[in-house]
Design a protein around this ligand. Structure first.
Ligand code: ATP
Ligand code: MG
Length: 554
């Protein structure tokens, strides 16, 4: 596979918007992002967000945030708050206050009454099961409901009584009178209102009937003057209905719906229902678990908002879809962090090294650049007789090509001296517990003439380093297509049991002691890490691995 590049892919909606502005059809474009507050935003939503907010920004328009809150039983204020936080974190600000479809419930109700008066809607008493039966299927036309020819008066009376809480859930529904034989199932007398005795997070107990998604969405767009109503392809078949409502109601504007392919990412779940299941059943530690494909998960893992926006640009916008390689997202974050993250050293599996020829009381203060290319200042690193290196950097019986410490061999300590391994001290079981080395005082920052030292290893001073916890995160799923579980198994069977490895007793260089939550680093030779937003405290840091230095799955 060739190395990916950061190149913005095409977006088929851009020329459409441009043409609408050029022709004067619109003078200002207004888009919207319409999440249902029934879960946290995930990486798929990021694509829709970057698209809607991105077009508005590019063409000097506006983008609304509108909660699509027609299903109170599944919605929650927690999700509303999280969605707003995540949007702002991603770098977008909606126009004015956030909006709610429920702001328009009075208007929608009034429009439903108009449809009844015009003979275009009726109250239907079929049970949900009966209604399904009457609806037919893709090969057979539906049959008219026996309630379809009710009089306008009776419909008005029943609809008012539905609203007045006279009937239980599911007893009746208001339906549009369109065409039970239409080849488009969405036009077979779709439901406009359902009875649902549920408390609503915005409207409280004002309503016990709630409008359907289809009856709400287009009219909400029209009320807000949305010019381009952009949604994913599964709504393509709803477009005739979207337009039927706009044509049959006195709406103030006529938005146009466009569809694009949703983002599918390998090794990743992008369904709120399944993400919720992971949380509810305790497979992960919450919506913001760093293994989750939620924006709050990526944030906690250490992803930058810029890397996610870059990724969305690289994916582009089209109608064809396909499965995007997660390597593209990992590439975007590596590129960003390589340029911006401060370098530091942290020893994940410490092995004590005593430098026997280094004076016992001596400490040298070394200065190391925070970044090899950018001017980000320096960090202080004391060098002393006792240090830690990673246990994996010494091998008694080295595999072929091993360039680090071996008995009698030399390696360079990053930013410091060359040391030679003289003796491995072992415990009763034969485990190496300490390495005794000697250093060459002529090698600070340079290789003396004719001396080749290939291996460079990271280290920290024993006394001055700070103990820390390091959480190594990996992909949550082993399968590239976790949502497509085999017959008889579930996506849960695909969870990678090594998606989280917690290392305690790691040793970080002194400058890391005061790491601020969410501060990001490249730990030399180990990868990119981020101080945990919740658990990391100055003096007792906790680091999450964002991504390895290179793709280890290829
Ligand atoms: P889910 O299937 O995860 O529940 P949803 O479509 O029901 O997603 P909404 O809250 O209704 O979730 O989504 C808000 C917006 O985000 C919609 O316009 C939807 O089309 C878009 N969206 C959701 N998932 C994706 C995705 N994977 N790729 C692109 N856009 C998406
Ligand atoms: Mg939805």
């Amino acid at each position: 596979m060739s190395k990916p590049e950061i190149v913005a892919a095409s977006n088929f909606l851009r020329p459409i918007v441009q043409a609408d502005l050029d022709s004067g059809k619109h003078t200002k474009i207004i888009t919207r992002f319409p999440p249902e507050p029934n879960g946290y935003l995930h990486i798929g939503h990021a694509k829709s967000i970057c698209l809607n907010f991105g077009l508005a920004k590019e063409f000097g328009g506006e983008c609304n945030l509108r909660f699509d809150d027609t299903n109170p039983a599944k919605e929650d204020q927690e999700y509303i708050d999280a969605i707003k936080d995540d949007l702002q974190w991603l770098g977008f600000q909606w126009a004015g206050e956030e909006r709610y479809a429920s702001n328009y419930f009075d208007q929608l109700y009034a429009w439903a009454v108009e449809l009844i008066k015009a003979g275009k809607a009726y109250v239907c008493d079929l049970s949900p099961d009966e209604a399904r039966h009457y609806r037919g299927n893709l090969t057979e036309p539906g049959k008219n409901s026996p309630f379809r020819e009710r009089s306008v008066e009776e419909n008005l009376d029943l609809f008012a009584r539905m609203r007045a809480a006279e009937f239980p859930d599911g007893a009746r529904a208001l339906r549009a009178k369109i065409d039970m034989a239409s080849p488009n199932m969405n036009l077979r007398d779709p439901i406009l209102y359902r009875i649902r005795h549920a408390h609503h997070h915005q409207t409280g107990d004002k309503w016990c009937i709630y409008p359907s998604y289809d009856f709400t969405h287009g009219q909400s767009d029209a009320i807000e003057g949305i010019t381009h109503s952009i949604c994913t392809l599964e709504f393509e078949d709803h477009r005739p209905l979207y337009e039927w409502f706009l044509d049959n109601l006195p709406v103030p504007t006529k938005p146009r719906q466009y569809e694009f392919a949703r983002l599918n990412l390998n090794y990743t779940i992008t369904s709120k229902r399944r993400l919720k299941q992971l949380v509810d059943e305790g497979h992960v530690q919450g919506w913001d678990d760093p293994r989750m494909s939620t924006l709050s998960g990526y944030r906690r893992r250490g992803y930058t908002p810029g890397s996610i926006r870059t990724f969305c640009d690289m994916v582009g916008v089209n109608r064809a879809g396909g499965l995007v390689d997660i390597g593209m997202l990992e590439f975007a974050i590596r590129e960003d962090l390589d340029a911006s993250a401060s370098r530091a050293m942290c020893v994940l599996r410490p092995l004590k090294v005593v430098i026997t020829n280094y004076p016992e009381a001596q400490v040298e203060n070394l200065e190391l650049a925070r970044h090899p290319k950018q001017d980000m200042g320096v960090r202080q690193l004391p060098f002393a007789r006792e240090i830690y290196i990673d246990a994996g950097d010494f091998e008694e019986i080295p595999p072929a090509g091993f360039k680090r410490l071996i008995p009698g061999g030399e390696a360079r300590l990053r930013g410091s001296y060359v040391i030679r391994a003289d003796e491995a001290v072992k415990d009763a079981e034969g485990n190496i517990v300490e390495l005794r080395c000697t250093y060459d005082e002529n090698t600070l920052g340079k290789n003396p003439e004719g001396r080749k030292v290939k291996g460079v290893i990271h280290w920290v001073p024993a006394a001055a380093s700070v103990e820390c916890e390091v959480r190594l995160y990996d992909r949550l799923f082993r399968s590239p297509t976790p949502e497509k579980a085999e017959e008889g198994s579930s996506f849960l069977d695909n969870i990678n049991p090594e998606s989280l490895v917690v290392l305690k007793g790691c040793r970080a260089e002194p400058s890391l002691a005061q790491a601020q939550p969410e501060e990001r680093f490249q730990f030399e030779r180990e990868g990119y890490f981020c101080a945990d937003i919740k658990d990391s405290k100055p003096g007792a840091p906790v680091f999450n691995r964002t991504v390895t230095l290179r793709d280890s799955w290829a």
